[in-house]
Ligand binder design. Structure first.
Ligand SMILES: CC(C)(COP(=O)(O)OP(=O)(O)OC[C@H]1O[C@@H](n2cnc3c(N)ncnc32)[C@H](O)[C@@H]1OP(=O)(O)O)[C@@H](O)C(=O)NCCC(=O)NCCS
Length: 156
């Protein structure tokens, strides 16, 4: 489904009250889900941005990045299971890219599991390129990560 066909998307920064909802989606979405403390740290991280995306006032996903000098490092990009496949992650990523650019980032970098085809497809679709591979980056599963990068040009 094209982004234009989604209804009323809005983005709002993470608050303490959101954390239980995010934890629930984390457990459904990742082999190594973030913990309460990791999410709470995002509230206090002055160089971080972590937002929730609502579609028609229903939580549809969330994402964030850490700004390190002029680079934004993506920390999370997650869409609620029942809402996947409708272009929502693309809308979320475009929001993160725009936000990071406004904060002064000139490039965006991320790690993604080597076998996470939907996520790799998403990032390639948005113009990210594979820069390298980190062996056994994900310690619990021993999986490799691809490092992907995109320059945040004026025409994103
Ligand atoms: C990865 C994830 C965010 C994709 O969200 P989504 O809303 O379903 O993706 P979209 O519908 O926005 O698709 C955007 C693009 O991603 C790619 N994509 C999405 N699903 C895909 C799949 N199953 N296989 C290959 N590419 C896929 C396509 O390029 C797609 O663009 P297109 O529809 O124009 O072809 C979602 O599957 C998710 O939350 N997964 C669990 C958490 C996760 O792994 N996050 C990434 C961490 S690095």
């Amino acid at each position: 489904m094209a982004i234009q066909e989604q209804q009323a998307l809005y983005f709002t920064p993470l608050t303490l009250g959101h954390i239980p909802h995010v934890l629930h989606i984390e457990r459904d979405s990742y082999p190594e889900p973030w913990t309460f403390n990791m999410l709470r740290n995002e509230l206090e991280n002055a160089s971080g941005y972590f937002c929730l995306m609502y579609e028609n006032n229903i939580l549809a996903g969330y994402g964030g990045y850490w700004l390190m000098l002029d680079e934004a490092h993506v920390t999370r990009v997650t869409i609620v299971g029942s809402r996947r496949g409708r272009g929502l992650s693309k809308a979320l990523m475009l929001h993160l890219m725009e936000h990071a650019k406004e904060k002064g980032a000139v490039q965006m970098r991320l790690e993604v599991r080597e076998n996470n085809a939907p996520a790799i497809g998403l990032y390639e679709n948005l113009g990210f390129e594979v820069e390298g591979r980190r062996l056994r980056y994900y310690q619990r599963s021993n999986e490799n990560a691809l490092v992907m990068v995109k320059r945040l040009a004026a025409d994103n």
